[in-house]
Design a protein around this ligand. Structure first.
Ligand code: PLP
Length: 681
């Protein structure tokens, strides 16, 4: 039984069973070299010829060339090299050539990178010109018309990989003809294969690269079409395979598999129709609208492939969305290259002038034409589950007040962090060092749990607290008198929060805050919040168990101990990482060990499996690590096994606990992704 719902078809697809069988046959039975003239070679050659004949018919290659290669990146190189080498020769012969290499602003990076590379290497020094697109991702045809007479090469993809937006190739063809342009025309057809009708020789397209792995063939195989009469230069020279167009012994397993996919496309009956695929997309879109209020789709459905959805959700980063979907075993991709906390915006959505929140928060859901009814229905159920998990965690608005949280919460962005001290019983909280980037998050957290914010304090003077204060509305008394650090004038003896008190300690221009039992005896002090750990000032006021919570946390340390760093650091004797294969044995040898899921609560809530190896686990996200660390340290002989999706976050948690003196803190190496899973009931 598979638990995975794979909705990342524009990145790559699974391999069609018939293609796996064809590849296995090519490796097992027909393993000959198709260039050999003996019987074994001839059997392999028959496979090659059959795959090629099918591709020629299916793509309408006519008198043009079609060669098998390693994929679209190679096809793009060959096309660009061929066009630019011809342009150079023509210029050397004294012919006039265009001065511009025009490419659509939303092309796959392989296109502009190859243009720049070969332009430089061949010493052509033509000008690369990025052709803008409009809000719907359509090329600026008026600009292209104006540029066409000076264009030497025009590159416009057939369909975009991030948004699925389909290019109006007929309009481009017409304008190139109308303007009498002599430009060569490269059309990246990677995302179009199997989804759009292609009859290449009937068009004026000069070069069309294809990639097998985007349509149920394996990675490492592709094709390049070159129009009859268009310039051609081999990229790879050698034994003269592929009619001298692409040397190197053929990737026969890949070609046989691609041949099987092309045969299935030609015969029909295997892949879904446009209409069926569009109805699948509509169902997914409806589920997303219901689960994620305010979701915005970043492309017009009627102008894009029926297999792609690209969307953003106000208030949610692409990292958070990716994580929640991944926890529910729904594989999607972020429309942008996202790093740790902040995602880099998508250049495709930027080119479409989408606002930053949409281009940095985009998620792509894409499926292939083999998608089936049951998978789409299951995907819709899981989208619902993800929405419920995000609502329960206050990440998206909900009608119901969420279960209130107690204790400490750390909210970090790029090395800085805010802390919240929360008391569920009185529904009150205190915010320490609010980061402007966290305003929305703190506000929704406070509103959704209906807390009253007693104070917003900072560790350094002049910090910006006004933005949060204004955003909190009735949840904060903006008129209460405070000093420069936000400390209430009426709180000389500290701020009571439930059974604890927060005290303020002046230290030159800085302030530290101490949280402990009412009375503030050093031995009751649990946490000290400070911009920089100031041990000499804090030591007399705290005890060995007090945890230091810095409001700068560049190294993801979460919290530190009061002990000298040297004393606390000698905890490296035991390995820090547990191999997932060794987890069972470890848990049997340590029946008291605690399994701790450090993913965020929305990931925990969306998860469809209880924990590694089918065991249940406790949820303690990294943002709550400090709160729980003090409890775990009281009994440091109980092993702690932290885990997360990939092993990164759990490693940080285990390192933190080891630093604090817990010798039996471990991280599950490779995370849940590599651990054997069992489904929840
Ligand atoms: N062009 C487009 C539109 C793509 O989506 C991709 C794959 O991501 C490529 C080119 C590169 O293809 P390949 O992986 O076969 O090199």
């Amino acid at each position: 039984m598979t638990t995975e719902i794979y909705l990342d078809g524009n990145a790559t697809t699974a391999v069609l069973p018939a293609a796996i069988a064809a590849a296995a046959d090519a490796m097992g039975q027909r393993y000959g070299n198709p260039s050999s003239s003996h019987g074994t070679g001839l059997k392999a050659k028959a496979v090659l010829d059959q795959a090629r004949a099918c591709a020629l018919r299916l793509l309408g290659v006519g008198d043009g060339r079609l060669m098998f290669n390693s994929g679209a990146t190679e096809g793009i190189q060959t096309a660009v090299l061929s066009a630019l080498a011809a342009l150079r020769e023509r210029r050397e012969r004294g012919e006039a050539i265009g001065s511009l290499l025009v490419y659509g602003a939303t092309e796959h990076k392989a296109v502009p990178e190859s243009l720049a590379h070969w332009n430089r290497l061949l010493g052509l020094n033509l000008t690369l010109h990025k052709l803008p697109v409009d809000h719907d991702g359509a090329h600026d045809l008026a600009q292209l018309r104006a540029l066409a007479p000076q264009a030497a090469l025009v590159c416009t993809m057939a369909a975009n990989n991030e948004t699925g937006i389909i290019t109006d190739l007929a309009a481009i063809s017409a304008l190139l003809t109308d303007t009498g342009s002599a430009a060569y025309w490269l059309v990246d057809c990677v995302q179009a294969l199997g989804k759009l009708d292609l009859n290449l020789a009937a068009t004026r397209i000069d070069y069309a690269p294809f990639s097998g792995h985007k349509l149920y063939a394996p990675k490492g195989v592709g094709m390049l079409y070159v129009r009859a009469g268009a310039p051609f230069t081999p990229l790879i020279m050698g034994g003269g395979q592929e009619g001298g167009q692409r040397s190197g012994t053929e990737n026969m397993a890949g070609i046989a598999a691609l041949g099987a996919v092309l045969a299935a496309l030609e015969q029909g009956g295997t892949f879904r129709s446009h209409h069926e695929l569009a109805s699948f997309r509509a169902r997914l879109a409806d589920s997303l609208r219901a689960a994620l209020p305010g979701v915005v789709f970043n492309h017009p459905f009627d102008k894009s492939l029926p297999t792609t959805l690209n969307f953003s959700v106000p208030g949610l980063t692409s990292r958070e969305l990716m994580d929640v979907f991944d926890a529910a075993h729904v594989r999607v991709s972020s429309g942008s290259a996202c790093s740790a906390a902040k995602a880099a915006p998508s250049y495709v959505l930027d080119a479409m002038q989408a606002p930053l929140w949409r281009s940095a928060g985009a998620i792509r859901m894409s499926f292939g034409p083999l998608a089936d009814e049951a998978t789409i229905a299951d995907a819709c159920r899981r989208i619902e589950r993800c929405g419920a998990a995000l609502r329960a965690s206050c990440l998206i608005p909900s009608e119901r007040t969420a279960v209130p949280h107690d204790g400490l919460l750390q909210l970090g962005v790029e090395g800085a962090c805010s802390w919240m001290v929360l008391d569920a019983a009185s529904r009150s909280c205190i915010v320490i060092d609010p980061l402007p980037d966290m305003t929305g998050r703190i506000e929704s957290y406070v509103r959704c749990q209906n807390y009253q914010v007693q104070a917003i304090v900072s560790t350094l003077p002049g910090a910006d607290r006004a933005q949060l204060a204004a955003a909190l509305g009735r949840h904060f008394d903006i008129h209460a008198a405070t000093d420069d650090y936000g400390w209430p004038a009426s709180a000389d003896d500290g701020i009571r929060i439930g059974a604890q008190t927060l005290a303020s300690v002046a230290d030159g221009a800085a302030r530290h805050y101490l949280l402990g039992a009412v009375g503030l005896a050093p031995q009751s002090m649990r946490f000290a919040f400070c911009a920089q750990p100031a041990l000499d000032v804090l030591r007399p006021l705290t005890c060995a168990q007090t945890l230091l919570c810095p409001t700068r946390d560049e190294h993801n340390q979460f919290c530190l101990g009061m002990a000298e760093p040297a004393a606390a650091s000698a905890q490296a004797e035991l390995p820090l990482q547990l191999d997932s294969a060794a987890l069972d044995a470890f848990l049997q040898a340590h029946p008291d060990a605690r399994l701790i899921d450090v993913r965020e609560p929305y990931e925990f809530a969306a998860a469809i499996a209880p924990g590694p190896a089918g065991r249940s686990a406790r949820s303690v996200p990294l943002s709550r690590l400090a709160e729980h660390a003090s409890g775990w340290l009281q009994d440091a002989s109980v092993p702690l096994v932290f885990f997360c999706r990939s092993g990164n976050r759990s490693l940080k948690a285990a390192q933190c606990l080891r630093r604090l003196g817990h010798r039996q803190a471990y991280s599950l190496g490779g995370g849940l992704a590599l651990a054997p899973m069992a489904l929840a009931a």
